[in-house]
Design a protein around this ligand. Sequence first.
Ligand code: FES
Length: 605
Amino acid sequence: NEKKIHLPEINKTINVANSKDSLLDLLAKEEIIIYSPCGGKGTCGKCKIRVKGSVNDITNEEKNFLTEDELENDIRLACRTFITGYADVYLLEGKLRNDSKSSLETLKEYKVNNKVIKKYIKIHKPTLENNNSVVECINNSLKDVHIDLDMLRKISKDIDYSKNVTITLYDNELIDMEYEDTRDKNYGVAIDIGTTTVACYLMDLNNGKQIKVSSTQNPQAVYGADVISRINYCLENEEGVEVLSKKVKKGIDELIKELSVKANIDKRHIYQCVLVGNTTMNHLFIGLNPKSLSAMPFNPVIKDVVIEKASRIGINSINSHGKIVFLSNIGGFVGSDTVGAIISADLTHDVDNSLIIDLGTNGEIVLSTPKGRYACSTAAGPAFEGAKIKNGMQAFSGAINSVIIEDDMHYTTIDNQPAKGICGSGLIDIISEFIRIGIITEDGKIVEPHVLNNEKLSKRIIKNGRKKEVIIAYDNETYNRQIITITQKDVRELQLAKGAIKAGINILLKVAEVKFQNIDRILLAGAFGNYINKESARRIGVFPNVELDKIISLGNAAGEGAKLALCNKEILDISRREYSLATKHIEISTHPDFQDEFVSGMYFK
Ligand code: FES
């Protein structure tokens, strides 16, 4: 009985080699990534897919998440579906890697003070009189150049004194030698490894211009949406670190290859990658076991910057002697993505009290004051990204992304498509409007319908069993004719996320002895900061109650920091010395005030 699946949408057939692989695993092996925040444990209900053909019977876990309508329409959870013969598979929310890749060009320029230098020189031949070695001949022309064994082997094969050569140096290490003038070809890639998304920026290192950008979902996402699930995967599986490390490096290699093909650049001329990511992403990329991050005192294996040869790390899409530079971590879960954000906010001269907040799955907060800099991370959970929310989804086409309530509920969706679910910015708007109108109380309870003096809104409060839900989109407005609601549990999830962020902010303020009234600016890092409604976020209490013009979006601050450090070696050094090693990491979960701050942070006051 031959087992195979066919994907009619992309006309692809896949043979099932291992019947123990779930449909989620089978697709992941083919680089088809289905949104799977629980990492395939059958507990999030997000990996829905349509399957027609020979498969296992519906499992109990699936019954928890699938409506009768969905069951009738062959909808299954990919992580709970196993192929027993031939089946047609249709992707619903699943995004093909190629679909989720985006490319854009920008004219922005970055200041160049590069570690990678190219020189076009003549190497003088040895003579019988001077009896110089090849290395001495090179050094006579360049002075104190270090050449590693791999490079020496290469040179010993190629050396030709009759021609001029282009020498490429990284600091004072010789990393390439070519027999033509290629000084105008000097490229690098800044890479931001997010838990959810990986972005690569191809840069011209001669002029600091950004050439092209490409991004994709982090291929590790099939092993869980957050860093904890990925760490757990490594703890539970002998080969875990290797699997996750290879996954992300392969994804990065593909992105860089795509960029160089589009920009018509030879990979030989890409000499440096500067990476940022949270501590877990950092460890998994380098191939370090993140075990020490899983238990108190949550210390990383390494904090300092890592500089290695591309071939040693296993990045194959750049010059094999090129350098992979992973910026330094701060401590605990606060990694170099936060260092990137500090670089991009240019906090070198701390003349004011600035708060940097990154509202990712793992919320990172930095408080920078004239007296010192403090950082913490807080397990905000994936609610801001739509996970653990009944109708939550990522910010894709059809996601409800903004909501206002007047006489009735009004919302917009991404690309103006029929509503599919609610993304993070939509969720924050909804809760903010619920508070403003009084649909939820200060402690987050959905009120009885009669409390509202508005018939249209009262009708939206329904009961599902004994639990209340609020209808955001009626069935005739949505893509699958199912209502989209916010449940009492969803409100609770958001309260937990905001309680965690609030506790982090307040504890840092206490440690630094700064009053929230004295915060001069709040800088929002991460793409999310670009599109959330700041007023809504302030109303629900994600940020302290400061004037709106003090809240500034930094955009993708981590990626910006990586680009700046790639182009300018001074920034690379400062980031290590001042931003990473001099920032004090505060472990908030063990702070005596944490519980109180967390609980009071959950209130909508
Ligand atoms: Fe399948 Fe979460 S239920 S990935």
